[in-house]
Ligand binder design. Structure first.
Ligand code: KIV
Length: 267
C-alpha cells in the first residue's frame, strides 16, 4: 500500500477515482481503517459529541484534539492523517492558527488540518499554508457554527445560498486548501463546487457528485446512541451487538456460568 499524501488526492480527482474518508478517534480503529485502505483518516472534532459526551463540538479544545490525534497516529501508516482544528483555535488570529495547527502537526503527528468556514478564515488558511501546513476546508453545514445556524440544517437550498457556497469554495481554493468538505448541501450545489474548483471535494450529506465521501465512523458502524442524520448509511449495528454481549456477560456472571473451566488456569 502506498502512503497517501495531499498530491495523491489531487491525482485521484484528475483520474476521477473516488476518495474514501472516515473519521476515527483511537489507535485500534485507525489500524483497521488503514489496513482496509481508507485514503484519509480524519480525527474530527465530532469526537466532542461522539466520544466525549458533549452536546456539540463547541467545547472541544486543542489539547483534546492532540490527545485523540496522537492515538490515531499510533494506529495509522498509509492513510493521510487530518486533524480538525477546534472552535476558536484558528478563526480570530492567523498567528494563533499557525501555532495551534503546528501543535497538531508537530506533537500530534497529523499531516494536515481541517478548518470550517470561508472568507472569514481565509487569512488563517493562507498563514498556515505559507508555513507548510496543508489545510482542508469545510463548507455548507459547519457544526462549529451550530448556534449561528440555529441547528443542524441543510445549507445552500436557495439559489443565493448556493451561489454563496460556490463563491466561498473559490475563496478557499485561492487561499490554498488542498481539499474541501461539503456538508449537508443539495447534490446540485456539490456538483457545481466540484466542477468549479481544482481541489477535491469530499461530501457528507452532499450527494454523489463529490470527488470523495466522508462519514462519522460511529454513525456508519451503528455505534452511536444518537439517531444519525438522513445521509448516513449504516453498514453495521455494533451498538446492538455490544448491548447483547454485555447483557450475556452480566447474566453469566450473575448465574456463575462465567468463568468456566476453559477460561480458568490449571494448577
Ligand atoms: O468532525 C467531523 O467529524 C467532521 C466530519 C463530519 C467531516 O468534520
Amino acid at each position: 500500500m502506498t502512503k497517501m499524501t495531499v498530491s495523491t488526492l489531487q491525482k485521484m480527482k484528475q483520474k476521477k477515482e473516488k476518495i474514501c474518508v472516515l473519521t476515527c478517534y483511537d489507535a485500534s480503529m485507525a489500524r483497521l481503517l488503514d489496513q482496509e485502505g481508507v485514503d484519509v483518516i480524519l480525527v474530527g472534532d465530532s469526537v466532542g459529541n461522539v466520544k466525549m459526551g458533549h452536546e456539540n463540538t463547541i467545547p472541544v479544545t486543542v489539547d483534546d484534539m492532540l490527545h485523540y490525534t496522537r492515538a490515531v497516529k499510533r494506529g495509522n501508516t498509509h492513510a493521510l492523517l487530518v486533524a480538525d482544528m477546534p472552535f476558536l483555535s484558528y478563526e480570530t488570529d492567523p498567528k494563533e492558527a499557525v501555532r495551534n495547527a503546528g501543535r497538531l502537526i508537530k506533537d500530534g503527528g497529523a499531516e494536515a488540518v481541517k478548518v470550517e468556514g470561508g472568507l472569514e478564515v481565509a487569512p488563517s488558511i493562507k498563514a498556515m499554508v505559507q508555513t507548510n501546513i496543508p489545510v482542508m476546508g469545510h463548507l455548507g453545514l459547519t457544526p462549529q457554527a451550530v448556534n449561528k445556524l440555529g441547528g443542524y440544517k441543510v445549507q445552500g437550498k436557495t439559489p443565493a445560498e448556493a451561489d454563496r457556497i460556490v463563491t466561498q469554495a473559490k475563496i478557499l481554493e485561492g487561499a490554498g486548501v488542498f481539499a474541501i468538505v461539503l456538508e449537508a448541501v443539495p447534490p446540485s450545489v456539490a456538483q457545481a463546487v466540484t466542477e468549479k474548483v481544482s481541489v477535491p471535494t469530499i461530501g457528507i450529506g452532499a450527494g454523489p457528485h463529490c470527488d470523495g465521501q466522508v462519514l462519522v465512523l460511529d454513525d456508519m458502524l451503528g455505534l452511536s446512541e444518537r439517531t444519525p442524520p438522513k445521509f448516513v448509511k449504516r453498514y453495521a449495528s455494533l451498538r446492538d451487538l455490544a448491548t447483547a454481549a454485555v447483557r450475556g456477560y452480566k447474566e453469566d456472571v450473575q448465574r456463575g456460568r462465567f468463568p468456566s473451566k476453559e477460561h480458568t488456569y490449571d494448577v
